[in-house]
Design a protein around this ligand. Structure first.
Ligand code: MOS
Length: 714
């Protein structure tokens, strides 16, 4: 499994700088749970081993706005196997209905098409599903708004954008920059609604224990989530429970891509239903179609981008005005223009976000939320500027490299964008490129290359803790309520644990994904490894201080990370460069990626095997958004038309023939004891822009709205 099969306890695992001495870190350890997954022995949420489960199926609204005037479930209840039908008239009450996304079955108002109206409880999944078809709902329908347009009369300015960034930023005088510039790029870019589409649907098995003793779990959930503690934190107050009364486990997750970062309404519905079954557990899995209505999605964006530059391409002004969509029932404001604030030098700068509140489901996090669509606009605009001034696109970016964070004035910690661009250009063979578009043809195909920069912030979430316990034979248990959503987190945390304790990889047993383990933050924001790993290092050091290097079996310490004075002092981000070669068919407009290369600066890579997998996975998602992914909403009825994986195409193997991800060999001295940053999302950012820029280079057609469907090149 690893090369660490020799040696015993190594000396103190710290250096003067607080950095970790590494031995297990940096090894290409294979996934610890890989065998369980490929042999089918891994138990996913819907398969939790419970006695006599009942099955749930959701009934959804067929109107976008209005009031439920009647629900007739007589026929459904008469169906063999149906146990009960819960709706707003008979479902248990929630303690709090403030959050309209979670206030399921509590009232008669309908805020979006597809909202949960009722749930059928049955002895079999088939009876539940058929029963749901038999529930008859009548409505008093009101006029709704589901058309996302730039001149929405109800556009408003949110107080903050996710998670807590200022909505607008303003430095210098953008209006003067535009007046005095030699060259101005002024264009509008659009990105569509997109759906996360994990392979494993949102699912859970839930049980309500009416007999639970005080302080013991009342609500047990085997869920598919990116944050077991997050589910507890959200659900406990809804049900009037203490955190200790909700127990969530999530040992295996078949992908989340942000949509399992927060609980969604199905978690609440299952917990409500479980209260009514006399203690019998319930199972609920959203259908693929329901995922498109109920599990979060990426907002569409309309982005005006202005670049003002001198004749050499040096930027004097950057303006990024974003309009995006939210739900009228609950606000979610994506941080679309945030990356623009630190990307390139320019003395005059402006960014803004405005929201259109529509009668639609609540948007949420999806695969580099904000950075993906925002950097699509920014990096296509940069390509347009390169075209306008006749400068090589790689050189244009290097020319506009800032010395310090252009908006905060903070020093960058470890900004290596130029190195990524140069390394990528050299590996990709960029130097041979003809600047002119449409200059290369191979039979029926036009061939082009494109580049784009990538960036993603370094986040380390506060509040994580870990427990270290001495086991027999010099082995250690390491416990933290983290989540592995398929990324290799369990393996990587084991490597970090081994180094933090100065033992062999085989001598640590890491337990995650259980809310009874010490508190851990979400597997999101590319922050898992940094946040959880830092807690493990902190707890390991505290353990050694308390119990020394020869502890007694059972000795135990729970602690969190040491504080990091660099957070908030430096501008900390990862960077990358994406290169794409693309072929466009002259007759059909069909686009085929010929090859893609990503070069990333992401701090120390803890595990090159799982890191490569995450980075090429990210690049695939980025290319997929550039080429294919688009959810279509019919504004007349408010529903998503593309609600399966045939009409919502996610890139498949055949779409991504040759893809390579490499990284700079580095250790970030400012971030954490591992010297890492995050790799979950940086691979996604910039890929769509690189493909759009390559498409322009191939054809001379500048497409400013993704996906780059064939019709746009005909
Ligand atoms: Mo990710 S979209 O930060 O879960």
């Amino acid at each position: 499994m690893s090369s660490h099969d020799t040696g015993s306890t190594r000396p103190a695992p710290t250096t003067d700088s607080g950095a970790l001495e590494v031995a297990a870190i940096g090894q290409g350890t294979r996934r610890i749970e890989g065998r369980l997954k490929v042999t089918g022995d891994a138990t996913y949420a819907y398969e939790a081993d419970v006695e006599r489960p009942l099955y749930l199926h959701l009934v959804q609204s067929t109107i976008a706005k209005g009031t439920v005037t009647g629900i007739d479930s007589t026929t459904a209840r008469a169906l063999e196997g149906v146990v009960a039908v819960l709706d707003h008239t008979n479902a248990p009450r929630l303690e709090s209905t403030e959050d309209a996304e979670y206030a399921a079955l509590q009232g008669d108002s309908v805020g979006f098409r597809g909202q949960v109206i009722a749930v059928v409880i049955a002895e079999s999944v088939e009876a539940a599903r058929e029963g749901a078809l038999l529930v008859e709902v009548t409505y008093d329908e009101q006029e709704h708004r589901a058309d996302f347009v730039a001149d929405d009369p109800e556009l408003y300015k949110p107080e903050k954008v996710n998670p807590a960034f200022p909505t607008d930023s303003n430095v210098g005088r953008m209006d003067r920059a535009l007046e005095n510039a030699d060259v101005v790029v002024d264009q509008t870019y659009r990105t569509p609604f997109e759906h996360n589409s994990p392979m494993e649907p949102h699912a859970l098995t839930a049980r309500w224990d009416h007999e639970a003793a005080e302080g013991e779990p009342v609500l047990f959930m085997h869920a598919s989530t990116q944050a077991v503690h997050g589910v507890v934190k959200t659900l406990a107050p809804l049900f009037g429970l203490d955190a200790t009364q909700v127990h969530v486990v999530s040992p295996f997750v078949g992908g989340g891509f942000g949509s399992k970062g927060l609980p969604h309404v199905h978690d609440v519905v299952a917990a409500l239903a479980a209260q009514t079954t006399g203690g019998r557990p319930v199972r609920l899995a959203l259908t693929r179609q329901q995922l498109f209505a109920l599990a979060g999605y990426r907002t569409a964006t309309i982005q005006r981008f202005q670049l003002a530059a001198d004749s050499t391409g040096r930027l004097v002004g950057i303006n990024h005005e974003v309009i995006e969509q939210t739900s009228a029932i609950k606000e979610f404001a994506e941080q679309t223009a945030i990356a623009t604030r630190h990307m390139y030098a320019a003395p005059n700068r402006h960014t803004s976000h405005r929201l259109a509140p529509l009668d639609v489901a609540v948007p949420s996090w999806m695969r580099a939320p904000g950075e993906m669509p925002g950097m699509f606009a920014h990096e296509v605009a940069m390509d347009e500027l390169a075209e306008a001034v006749g400068v090589d696109p790689v050189e244009l970016r290097i020319l506009n490299e800032p010395e310090t964070d252009p908006e905060t004035g903070q020093e960058f910690g470890h900004r290596k964008l130029v190195e990524c661009l140069r390394e990528g250009a050299s590996r990709f063979g960029w130097a041979d490129r003809d600047l002119r578009p449409g200059a290369t043809r191979d039979g029926d195909w036009l061939v082009g290359t494109g580049v784009a920069a990538a960036t993603y912030p370094y986040y380390q979430q506060p509040g994580n803790r870990a427990t270290i316990r001495a086991l027999e034979g010099g082995r250690y248990a390491v416990e933290i309520g983290a989540a592995d959503i398929g990324t290799g987190a369990l393996t990587v945390l084991s490597q970090i644990s081994a180094d933090a304790l100065g033992v062999r990889l085989g001598d640590v047993e890491v337990a995650i994904a259980d809310s009874r383990l010490p508190v851990a933050t979400v597997a999101g924001g590319s922050a898992g490894t940094a946040s959880w790993g830092s807690a493990i290092v902190g707890a390991s050091r505290a353990f050694r201080e308390e119990h020394g290097t020869s502890p007694s079996v059972g000795d135990e310490t729970t602690a969190g990370p040491a504080g990091n004075p660099n957070m908030g002092k430096y501008s900390l981000h990862s960077f990358g460069a994406q290169f794409v070669e693309l072929r466009v068919n002259i007759w059909t407009g069909e686009l085929r990626v010929a090859r893609a290369l990503g070069v990333f600066s992401a701090g120390r890579i803890i595990n090159p095997v799982t890191a490569r997998s995450q980075l090429i996975g990210g690049m695939t998602m980025g290319l997929s958004t550039g080429l294919f992914e688009e959810s279509v909403r019919d504004p007349r009825f408010g529903h998503i038309v593309t609600q399966d994986l045939a009409s919502y195409h996610v890139a498949s193997h055949a779409d991504i023939p040759e893809i390579e991800a490499v990284w700079l060999d580095e250790t970030d001295p400012l971030t954490n004891p591992m010297g890492s940053r995050g790799i979950g999302e940086i691979g996604i950012v910039g890929a769509a822009a690189a493909v759009a820029n390559a498409a322009w280079h191939a054809t001379g057609v500048r497409v400013r709205d993704i996906p780059l469907t064939a019709d746009k090149f005909l």
